[in-house]
Design a binder for this molecule. Structure first.
Ligand SMILES: [Fe+2]
Ligand SMILES: [Fe+2]
Length: 169
């Protein structure tokens, strides 16, 4: 007869390596959200012109949502016995979301936002796959966040279609 120890799932002692792998994925997600917050703040202030207003308002709202995502990822890192990293560990990657040369250039901003959302969708899809059957709580949280990012991508694809229709993209 083999005796079975009651399992604590992902918090079990024998799940240390699985936890470390998930914490590494969540840490990357945490940095992606924080860089997105920085980029969206800049791009919700810089743009000029009448067409810019809708994009500005949308990005202002997204700043709060992405900040909430960063906090969600941070809390989950702690729950999995990880430590939320300090700012010195941060490395910027969003070259495509730097301010355009002309502040009326909305196409670059909108395309940059779509690229950021696609990057998030790609990474979070990976996290959903990695946590499948292993950590349903993280998986559930990331599915919700993934849903938000898909909504952001879709909204900005609409803005891009509009700019294209106006012959600007
Ligand atoms: Fe986000
Ligand atoms: Fe987003």
């Amino acid at each position: 007869m083999t005796s079975t120890t009651p399992s604590q799932g992902i918090l079990s002692e024998d799940k240390t390596s699985e936890r470390e792998e998930i914490v590494a994925l969540l840490t990357k997600a945490y940095w992606m959200e924080l860089e997105t917050v920085m980029s969206y703040i800049a791009n919700s202030i810089n743009p000029d012109g009448v067409r810019a207003q809708e994009i500005i308002e949308s990005l202002q709202q997204d700043v709060q949502e992405e900040l909430g995502h960063a906090q969600d990822f941070g809390r989950r890192i702690k729950e999995l016995y990880g430590v939320v990293p300090g700012s010195l560990e941060f490395t910027a990657e969003q070259s495509y979301l730097q301010p355009p040369t002309q502040q009326t250039d909305l196409v670059q901003v909108v395309k940059g936002v779509i690229a950021a959302e696609e990057g998030a969708i790609e990474h979070y899809t990976k996290v959903v796959e990695a946590t499948d059957q292993v950590d349903p709580v993280t998986q559930d949280m990331v599915i919700d966040i993934l849903h938000d990012e898909q909504g952001h991508k879709r909204l900005f694809e609409g803005f891009l279609r509009e700019l294209e229709a106006d012959g600007l993209a």
